[in-house]
Design a protein around this ligand. Sequence first.
Ligand SMILES: *Cc1c(COP(=O)(O)O)cnc(C)c1O
Length: 245
Amino acid sequence: MSELKPGLPERLSSVVATLRQAEVDAGRELGSVTLIAVGKTFSVEACELAYACGQRAFGENYVQEGIEKIQAFKEAHPEDPGEWHFIGPLQANKTRAVAEHFDWVQSVDRLRIAGRLSVQRPMTMPLLNILIEVNVDGESTKSGVSLDEVEAFAAEVAHLPQLKLRGLMAIPAPQETSEARRQSLAKLRALFEKLQKTYPDMDTLSMGMSADMKEAVLEGSTMVRVGRAIFGPRDYASACQSTQG
Ligand SMILES: *Cc1c(COP(=O)(O)O)cnc(C)c1O
């Protein structure tokens, strides 16, 4: 586990201020972009500190770590446990745990996984919110549905009864210039707006991290995902030791 770094409240309020300024600069409504605090490798205590500062939406990449946090939050804040987004790669043998605990899955890129999430989502829970992960720059090393396959994929996912298809998510390839960053983001936005004509309930475009937050807000993002700029640097070495030990 990465240790709790000092200065989290200051870093969080600085990220929120940057986001609100980006909304103003883009002529967007104030507060129209949701900040997801990505707490992977960080402790429940670090997430609790962000919660105490007003943060409510959290993103997690690892199933077991995420569930431990969700359970701790449900105990500590039964009336308002926050909103929990699974944003990491998801294997078939972990879909049940995700379907039974998370509010959103942002990283859906295979029909088999979507089908399992729908079947395994408990009937007593609200529908599971789904974003299709798009491989917007066609990178061979990256997961995600390719741009030209997203419409057909969305049509299949939209049929699954326990899922609610809310939109698209992407992690564009890193680019040197603001113009180059905006090109990828604009491709995603165009696809999103096209899909919204078929699926009027689609309302979520999850794109933008620390390095491209401003451009993402200019290109219509409704959700940005930020980890290290809030929690501080991650310490993967100690995270590995703790899983092996
Ligand atoms: C880790 C992660 C983030 C946050 O990355 P940082 O570099 O910590 O800001 C955002 N989105 C996804 C999908 C991630 O896995």
